[in-house]
Ligand binder design. Structure first.
Ligand code: DLL
Length: 436
């Protein structure tokens, strides 16, 4: 028998689910209108009153919220409750400008913990498990989110935070960690060390819950192999709560969005119009249960597609595909649209791993794009590995994927800095957006 965390919600028939969403949306719009002056003004300007929102079909009447507005309203402009009801803040990892601070009441924390608990259960977790959390703790939502979810499931929780890979492995061995939670790039780093030490067989890991950054199916296969576990994707963002907005079930065919708490839409990023199911566009979320930071129609900039195709796990909540890119991380190089994930796909197909950095530059108004990628230890040990031939192979693979010439440098293993959190894989030296 399958172990569902909340089957009455997670497998609810669509009609009932949408009725629940409508009821919650109507109440939430009123809450926001009454308590968030900034959004009330936006609604007034758009000529929408709370009474005009009778259900989810009226969602397009509401104005969007964009990240810049959250920055402009820092810190309290979007607060939906008195500060006396707020028990926690978390914050985005923005390196420039003002950060976004998200607020949580005790109930909001419960909602978030519940979302992460469902994700852990979907990855096979129970109170018999040892959940090893090496997402960062602190302002980043990764550590606190999975920590809270793990408590709710009743699993023994190891609040490791990231870094010190040797110690991570030691704890995994000594305390027999079964579920690993971290970014996919840090999972790959741990995998690298596990492989080098030859200790895979001493580990008891069965599942990994990896998210917070994009990763390819190729990278999934690689991590599953080196760590001997089944790797599950998990998605979320600070503004909407943190990890657990959506998660993969055992089918690993897209992430179920927790529709009793969040309404998802896919829009055309240029026009803002809703797109039909199955089309790729920008993901937009409305929070229908959170009170302290109750964002409606928040534009994530993340691109993906949604499907309501039946999932054999029994969950009825809509599934989102892997994030295919961000409407703001697509690079235009030599006039061509380039996504870092396309480059990653090519190098994985040729047997390389996620140890690479893309450098984009512009000189005399001419763009250049360079890929620095490490050999795997096996390649480095192979006397027949021919750098010149290998370089040509990668150049040809990228040319056929992207249609442009990429300069390729193959590096020795362990040359690039390893990531402990979200990996930075693109260095764009062109500063194209400084005028915007
Ligand atoms: O990254 C929350 C999180 C923590 C999710 C741990 C999963 C696990 P932020 O730092 O606010 O929050 O960054 C949110 O990260 O808009 C996406 O662009 C990206 N992102 C998050 N999860 C995924 C994923 C956390 N599974 C931003 N795949 C989002 C691809 C992801 N991108």
């Amino acid at each position: 028998m399958k172990n569902y965390f909340q089957p009455e919600i997670e497998t609810m028939p669509l009609e009932q689910l949408q009725a629940l969403q409508s009821e919650r949306l109507v109440a939430q719009v009123k809450h926001v209108y009454d308590n968030v002056a900034y959004y009330r003004e936006k609604m007034d300007k758009a000529g929408v009153k709370p009474e005009d929102i009778k259900g989810i079909e009226d969602l397009p009447k509401l104005p969007f919220i964009e990240k810049d507005e959250l920055r402009d309203q820092y810190p309290y402009g979007f607060l939906g409750t008195p500060l006396s009801e707020v028990v926690r803040i978390q914050s985005t990892s923005g390196t420039t400008g003002r950060r976004v601070v998200a607020f949580y009441t005790m109930d909001d924390i419960r909602v978030w913990d519940e979302c992460c608990a469902r994700a852990i259960v979907a990855a096979g977790g129970s109170n018999e498990d040892v959940v090893h959390v090496c997402y960062g703790y602190g302002l980043f939502t990764g550590g606190p989110g999975l920590n809270g979810g793990s408590h709710l499931v009743g699993s023994m929780t190891l609040p490791m935070s990231s870094g010190n890979t040797e110690r991570q492995i030691q704890f995994m061995q000594d305390l027999e960690s079964t579920i690993l939670c971290c970014t996919p790039s840090y999972a790959a780093t741990i995998g690298e060390v596990v492989k080098k030490k030859g200790v895979k067989d001493t580990l008891k890991l069965k599942s990994g819950i990896f998210g917070a950054e994009p990763w390819t199916e190729e990278m999934r296969a690689d991590i599953e192999k080196t760590l001997g576990l089944k790797a599950f994707d998990i998605y979320g963002l600070t503004e909407i709560s943190g990890p657990g907005v959506s998660f993969e079930c055992e089918e690993q065919k897209g992430m179920h969005i927790q529709e009793d708490h969040f309404i998802a839409e896919i829009i055309n990023p240029q026009t803002g119009e809703q797109l039909p199911e199955g089309e790729v566009g920008e993901l937009v979320f409305s929070c229908i249960t959170k009170k302290a930071f109750p964002l409606l129609r928040y534009r994530t900039r993340d691109l993906c597609r949604l499907t309501r195709e039946k999932c054999s796990c029994g969950r009825t909540h809509v599934r989102m595909s892997k994030i295919m890119g961000r409407s703001d991380d697509m690079m235009v190089v030599k006039g061509v649209n380039v996504w870092p994930s396309q480059i990653e796909q090519v190098i994985f197909q040729l047997g390389y791993q996620a140890n690479y950095v893309i450098v984009v530059d512009r000189e005399n108004n001419k763009d250049s794009i360079e890929l620095n990628v490490e050999k795997t230890p096996e390649m480095a040990a192979d006397p027949n590995y021919d750098v010149e031939k290998a370089t040509k192979e990668i150049v040809a693979g990228l040319k056929s994927m992207l249609g442009i010439k990429v300069d390729v440098n193959i590096l020795q293993p362990m040359t690039l800095v390893r990531s402990e959190g979200k990996a930075k894989r693109v260095v764009d030296k062109r500063n194209l957006y400084t005028m915007m």
